[in-house]
Ligand binder design. Structure first.
Ligand code: GAP
Length: 442
């Protein structure tokens, strides 16, 4: 098999086209001409999103005894965002081009208008990224609500609830996955930066003296997670923020950057938020948000270490890293080498013909496989064409039912990456595939 990875310049176009053509990602409200920077996830896209969320939740919550999950509300009162600092400081610098009137984020354009090339702009002003709305039928100040711009604050406002109901003591973490909203000035680069997106965030509460050690621990743990799910080391790097670039709450932030087609850019942020958030919410709400250690008799406000990543941004990185073009039997094929745990289907069942006896075995097979794997079933066109279709959407295993299957109670399993085929007994198939997919069978 010969490798010919596409040049980074057309990788984005190729992945975008594939994602649209094969039902992963559609422009939102497309029949009305689209809605800038919003995307809808199709039948294959939702499977990948769900797998990415599950993979994160599995490693951050299910497989650990020190982290629990919550789901907080998306709509919040102004008091939360006044305390968090978002009403005052969650801004981007906005400039208008004096020639073409386009608006830009000043820190992203290097002084030149990307639309018309002009270098004349208005003075920069702070633009708040929060989406403001009204809650209830009465308009006015008392009805103002905000869509959350990060999931983190719902964790801080529930700190005391979780601490007491779950009998926790630092170090412990609270994880959350959910939608966030930011009125980005220049949403761009496909699903990389959108106004509506989904985050996976975990706030890890630690004794202040242990914060540095946990900061390093989470940076390495999260970096390893991407390697475990198939992103090559060469496509990842760490970027530590200079003190002058830190967010208002941060004592230290390192981004895990991914090699996007336009260069290395932020995939995930790992921050040491110190005691900023708990102190702010305690001051603004009047409710104590600290921890009394019964062994040392010390009362302290824990520091927070936060790994935070976008589900949609991570999905984009997994798709880009998985996209390959190689040569099989003299023909170029497109193949998504997604980790089997992230692929939209883990198994495709492909009867060699539409004959009734093959359909009977195929139905029995699907019944056995579906409790364990997400399966596709494809009857149409030649087997070669069907393999190519499954390769293109990243299905790691194709199971072919042939005329012998009914007699020898066996099927042929083809591996997406090596294209090697193996005969496997029907009774052994679930265990065989489970070992390869790397998930537990029920
Ligand atoms: N609670 C900290 C926080 O929200 P952030 O760096 O602003 O930090 C964390 O966001 C992650 O969320 C980013 O690393 C990125 O993966 C994702 N993210 C942020 N803004 C996004 C946007 N507009 N579109 C898609 N993903 C976004």
């Amino acid at each position: 098999m010969k490798e010919s990875p596409p040049a980074p310049s057309d990788l984005l176009e190729k992945v975008t086209n594939l994602a649209k053509r094969r039902g992963f990602i559609f422009p939102s409200a497309e029949i009305y001409g689209g809605f800038r920077s919003a995307y809808d996830y199709g039948p294959l896209g939702v499977n990948v999103l769900r797998n990415v969320r599950d993979a994160w939740w599995r490693s951050m919550v299910q497989e650990r005894s020190d982290i629990v999950g919550i789901e907080a509300a998306i709509l919040g009162p102004p008091a939360v965002w006044a305390a968090s600092g978002h009403l005052d400081t969650f801004t981007d610098p906005l400039v208008d081009c004096l020639r073409c009137r386009e608006r830009w984020r000043e820190d992203k354009i290097d002084g030149v208008c990307p639309n018309c090339g002009s270098t004349n702009f208005t003075a920069s002003r702070a633009f708040n990224l929060m989406f403001k709305t009204q809650a209830g039928p009465v308009e006015g100040e008392g009805a103002t609500a905000y869509l959350r711009p990060e999931t983190a604050q719902g964790i801080f406002t529930n700190f005391a609830n979780v601490l007491t109901t779950m009998r926790r003591k630092p170090p412990f973490g609270i994880a959350q996955i959910g939608k966030s909203f930011r009125n980005e000035i220049t949403p761009q680069n496909y699903v990389f930066r959108t106004r509506e997106f989904e985050q996976m965030e975990m706030e890890y509460f630690v004794p202040p003296g242990d914060a540095d050690q946990w900061y390093r621990y989470w940076l390495e743990t999260r970096y390893q997670w991407y390697l475990d799910y198939g992103i090559p080391d060469a496509w990842l790097r760490r970027h530590e923020h200079a003190p002058e670039d830190l967010s208002h709450y941060s004592r230290g932030t390192t981004d895990i950057e991914f090699l996007f087609p336009w260069g290395f850019d932020e995939l995930e942020g790992v921050a040491n938020r110190g005691d900023y958030d708990l102190t702010q919410h305690a001051t603004h709400s009047g409710v104590a948000l600290d921890y009394f250690d019964p062994t040392t008799h010390e009362r302290y406000t824990p520091y927070v270490i936060e790994p935070a990543v976008g589900v949609t941004r991570a999905t984009m990185a997994f798709l880009l890293a998985a996209y390959h073009e190689d040569e099989v039997a003299g023909e170029v094929r497109t193949v998504l080498r997604l980790d089997p745990r992230l692929a939209p289907y883990q198994v495709a069942v492909l009867p060699l013909s539409k004959k009734a006896e093959l359909e009977t075995v195929s139905s029995e097979l699907l019944e056995r496989l579906r409790p364990h794997f997400v399966c596709d079933y494809d009857l149409t066109q030649s087997i070669g064409r069907r393999y190519r279709r499954q390769d293109e959407i990243g299905t790691p295993f194709c199971v072919t039912v042939d005329f012998e299957s009914e007699n020898d109670r066996a099927v042929t399993v083809r591996d997406r990456d090596t294209t090697v085929q193996e005969r496997v007994a029907l009774d052994e198939l679930v265990a065989y595939l489970a070992a390869k997919v790397g998930t537990r069978t029920r």
